[in-house]
Design a protein around this ligand. Sequence first.
Ligand SMILES: [Zn+2]
Length: 335
Amino acid sequence: MIRGESYSDWGMVSIFRAFFRNLASLGGLLFALGCLVWLVLLREDQPRMATGWEVSPGWHEEGGIDDGEEGEKLAVEEGKKASEEVVGEVKVEEEGGKVVKRERPLVVVDAGHGGGDGGAVWNGIVEKNLALTLALKLKAQLEKLGIDVQMTRSKDVFVSLENRAAMANRVKADAFVSVHLNSAGNESGVRGIETYYCLNKSLPAVRALQAAFQLKTTVGLRDRRGEKLAAAVQRQVCQGTGSADRGTKERAYTVVHGTSCPAVLVECGFISNSKEAALLKTRGYQEKLAGGIARGVATFLHGQELDPARGLDLPKTEGPVLHGPPVKPDLLSQK
Ligand SMILES: [Zn+2]
């Protein structure tokens, strides 16, 4: 019994020893397994975290305009947008992926703001409503001049700025006109009309231009067509209405920056100015505004018809690029 007991005691000790030895190796095994799982998860995480940085080098290599950080942000946003559905009323006339050749020019008219975005509110005018009224009048005036029109919105709905530009790009519009009303806060004396354009287009717009004009490189490409369109519209609107001419201005507003066609944003007057607001409420003045914009667009398109690349500062791909004027020999000898 004693032996038996002692055997039994010895047996218990060996069982405990074996148990703890196995426990140690089990712990080691679990630890190793944990490390493996962690490594696998980390490897899966890496590409997700790096996506934004992986997109940008591609177009730098393609010879795109180097916008630095801005360009990288755009490239990331472009990737995001690819999965977004473009909403709105613009229909693409496509046959086997190619846009049908048009008999008449096509202009996309964009009524600023809409839906939850009312824009500025002054003197009883809500910008989104007057912008739509003017945009619909502009549509009618353009059609009278033999120009087809598609609206980004023809009712009180919200359309994102990016989608407005995307619509014009999808239908390969010949021009894009955004209609807005201005406000100067409590500086109620400020009045007049101004038109905005953008020279350095967004990356997708530049790519579209590169494809359309079969450019080898887009380095140095500047799109001055919007500037010309803005000048024509501004001149005609100010002549037609007799309003104060505040000139044309360059600014990268999303709707003019993201469009690959010549694009302008017309600020049709200050609703924060009580006199101009009163005028803007009258149907006669609204017609004059719409008529002026339409004539400006038609004048521009007529010139464009003769030379589609007119106003594009195309990159010079041949010969060495000179940085500044050559140094005069007499300046060198002065040293
Ligand atoms: Zn606005």
